[in-house]
Design a protein around this ligand. Structure first.
Ligand SMILES: NC(=O)c1ccc[n+]([C@@H]2O[C@H](COP(=O)([O-])OP(=O)(O)OC[C@H]3O[C@@H](n4cnc5c(N)ncnc54)[C@H](O)[C@@H]3O)[C@@H](O)[C@H]2O)c1
Length: 438
């Protein structure tokens, strides 16, 4: 078992660099400022509000996670990032329309002081956006070098020891891993030769990992889930994770489906539809960006229900996901689920879920937790794919040959047991025989 002493201290400041400073990012940054000023609470964040049980139930040791693993205080976060529009965080937050203007006005100077750096962009990867604040370079390698310089300057200007990068940029068009993605050598050649199969998000990931900075992918883009960048992460000993934050409808799915399976209830169909009107919705209105999201959203049920192991219950279940761009709703998405289930002797039943959620309100605490846990992973000497952070993702990255674990409750156990393991505490199996032994 690892020893606690091997984990480097959180020291003072942590830089969080975010490519894509839109709805999710501004909701996070404004939220952190509001929490620091005592105007609100960080609801939904495991690192800020969660606890962890240690040892036997009779010991009553239940510290806050942030105290148990020594995380930086939120007052020690320094935010930076990139966008393809030059709005400062106040303007971008107003545009996103998630948080009330009255709250934003109370923290306006703090928000206005955070401005994006010009992004690396390729309209072929996000067809609905026409970025105006974009880097120019003679090759993709040159653009990666410019990002590395941005990172170094940010680090120096803010006197930072440690940084993490979390992608909150738009969903890119759907691509599959191809020849150029297979080895670091082919990838670097592709960067130098402007290979079209290298997406902007991959250029950010390459720059971050090369600089020794953990990289998390909040969108369904392929990005860091390619052999070349996994290879680089191992060489540089950098943690990586993704893909696609698990927020609204998929969160509900991975809460409900494990319950049906636990009680051996059959599922014959699950139809999910969404309306949303934010910029994310506009981007997802484009078929190839939607395809990235669709693939990411469809996976969870197949893996949780395991039709090949339970053919009588799930063999022919029909699963459909739709996302419709509907501007009047803004960030306040509505997700409907119609679930056709069956029980004893095959008698059918139905469940309807209508989740009137707020996308960025659900995503912001995830960005914070992922950033803190990725920094913790780096301090603990972990690198490569961080499967224990599957809890936060719709389409978790896993080692080759493994199927991803989607069940939210197994994911949470995995996360907490990883923390116990790294801190030299006993793992909790929930066996509990010792309480009944004479
Ligand atoms: N909100 C959620 O619940 C949720 C859940 C899972 C995943 N996501 C993903 O998170 C991402 C952000 O969501 P959002 O609602 O904030 O979207 P958004 O459209 O409000 O923000 C995305 C920002 O990224 C910028 N951008 C696009 N390409 C860029 C590039 N190459 N470099 C730098 N900036 C770039 C855009 O200009 C925009 O400001 C999306 O990919 C979305 O699919 C969101």
């Amino acid at each position: 078992m690892r020893k606690k002493e091997n984990i480097l201290p959180a020291s003072d400041k942590l830089g969080i660099l975010i490519p894509g400073m839109g709805a999710v990012t501004t909701t996070l940054i404004a939220g952190i400022i509001a929490v620091k000023k005592g105007l609100a609470k960080p609801i939904g964040s495991l690192t800020q509000m969660g606890t962890i049980r240690l040892g036997k139930r009779t010991e009553k040791r239940i510290p806050m996670i942030k105290d148990f693993i020594s995380l930086p205080g939120i007052e020690n976060i320094i935010f930076g990032g990139w966008d393809i529009f030059d709005d400062n965080m106040y303007e971008a937050a107003l545009h996103a329309g998630v948080l009330d203007k009255t709250l934003l006005d109370k923290i306006r100077p703090d928000l206005e002081s955070i401005k994006p750096m010009p992004g690396v962009f390729d309209p072929d990867y996000v067809k609905r956006l026409h970025g105006t604040f974009v880097k120019k370079g003679h090759s993709k390698m040159d653009l990666a070098d410019q990002l590395k310089q941005d990172i170094q300057q940010f680090k120096k200007a803010n006197n930072l020891e440690r940084l993490v990068m979390v992608w909150c940029g738009s969903t890119e068009t759907y691509i599959e891993s191809s020849e150029v993605h297979t080895t670091l050598k082919s990838f670097e050649k592709g960067l130098a030769e402007n290979d079209p199969a290298i997406a902007p998000s991959m250029i950010y990931a390459y720059a971050a990992i090369s600089e020794g900075i953990p990289y998390a992918n909040g969108a369904p883009n392929l990005t860091v889930d390619i052999p070349a960048l996994i290879e680089l992460a191992k060489i540089k000993k950098v943690p990586i994770c993704g893909k696609d934050f698990k927020t609204g409808q998929t969160l509900i799915k991975t809460i409900l489906a494990p319950g049906f399976k636990a009680r051996l209830l059959g599922v014959s169909g699950w139809f999910s539809t969404n309306i949303l009107g934010n910029r994310d919705g506009e981007v997802l209105d484009e078929p190839m960006s939607f395809k990235s999201k669709e693939v990411s959203k469809l996976g969870s049920l197949e893996y949780i229900l395991q039709p090949e192991i339970y053919p009588d219950l799930y063999k022919d279940f029909y699963h459909k996901v739709r996302i419709n761009y509907y501007p009047p709703r803004g960030d306040n998405k509505e997700g409907w689920d119609n679930i056709d289930i069956f029980g004893w002797l095959g008698y059918p039943m139905q469940i309807k879920v209508d989740f009137l959620c707020r996308d960025s309100i659900l995503a912001a605490p995830i960005v914070l937790d992922v950033a803190f846990f990725m920094d913790f992973a780096a301090r603990a000497g972990m690198y490569g794919i961080q499967e224990w952070l599957s809890f936060y993702f719709k389409s978790p990255m896993v080692a080759e040959g493994l199927y991803p674990e989607h069940d939210l409750f197994i994911q949470l156990k995995k996360l907490k047991n990883t923390l116990r393991y790294l801190m030299g505490e006993d793992l909790i199996t929930h066996l509990g025989m010792e309480y009944y032994e004479e």
